[in-house]
Design a protein around this ligand. Structure first.
Ligand SMILES: Nc1ncnc2c1ncn2[C@@H]1O[C@H](COP(=O)(O)OP(=O)(O)O)[C@@H](O)[C@H]1O
Ligand SMILES: [Mg+2]
Length: 240
């Protein structure tokens, strides 16, 4: 494995009086797939918000390829793209415009943007077939493809994905995972939150288990399974 791409040290984050992330450290090596797992309310989404600076951390530091990340625009500029929980496509825009808007944050001519959009269509032909449809009319799986495609429009080195498969049919999830593994082979690193733990363990190089805002296990998927870390983290439960 190569050096760290993402390095998070001592991250803490609160919502007013609610402490959601407590002194978390984690790393994603260049080319890795890292899974971030844990029960509802464990703080997974909040870690991603802290990484991009969407919610400013109360403590800790985030570095991407050695550079400090302190706000979302900086995260994008440094090559971090975020597929948020709930996908958040723009329902009133066409599929094509969702992608073009996604690439707007980074520099590039219109023709470069269109070329990148067409690469997304090659990766997800269903989006290409539906490029003039409104995003709000797509199925959940197609919306997730669009959310991933939109994130790819910034040509990231690291993709943060929050709840890849939530509410999606198993066959659609298979397709999404296949595409992500291909992207990873082409050099994209992934930090993945996934409710189907065994699916995540199946593709991850390393895994972090969170419970109540803390890292309770860090290791390989094999170690996580042997140590019973998965069951333990989920049994420890949610909340603060
Ligand atoms: N916008 C918010 N305002 C207040 N509390 C929040 C907000 N988002 C999350 N929380 C709280 O922060 C904790 C961690 O939540 P979250 O990061 O969403 O966990 P997970 O993604 O693992 O389910 C929970 O106690 C949750 O209720
Ligand atoms: Mg969440």
């Amino acid at each position: 494995m190569n050096g760290d791409l993402l390095s998070v040290r001592g991250l803490s984050l609160s919502y007013g009086p609610v402490s959601a992330v407590r002194n978390i450290s984690l790393r994603v090596g260049d080319g890795e797939i890292v899974a971030l797992l844990g029960p509802n309310g464990a703080g997974k989404t909040s870690v991603l918000r802290g990484v991009t600076g969407l919610v400013p951390p109360t403590a800790g530091r985030v570095r991407m390829a050695g550079h400090r990340v302190d706000r979302p625009s900086r995260a994008v500029a440094l090559g971090i793209a975020h597929v948020p929980e709930g996908r958040r496509v723009f329902p009133g825009l066409s599929v094509s415009d969702n992608l073009l808007v996604g690439g707007w944050a980074v520099s590039g001519s219109r023709s470069q943007l269109r070329a990148r959009r067409d690469q997304v269509f090659e990766m997800f032909p269903r989006l290409g077939e539906r490029q003039r449809q409104l995003a709000g009319q797509l199925s959940g799986g197609e919306q997730q493809m669009l959310a991933i495609g939109r994130a790819l429009m910034t040509e990231p080195r690291l993709l943060l994905i929050d709840e890849l498969s939530l509410g999606l049919a198993p066959m659609v999830v298979d397709t999404l995972i296949e595409r992500l593994v291909e992207l990873n082979k082409a050099g994209l690193s992934l930090l993945l939150i996934e409710q189907f733990v065994h699916r995540a363990l199946g593709i991850a190089d390393r895994v972090y288990m969170l419970s109540k805002g803390r890292v309770v296990f860090e290791g390989t998927p094999d170690d996580a399974t042997k140590a019973g870390a998965v069951e333990e983290a989920y049994l420890l439960g949610a909340g603060t």
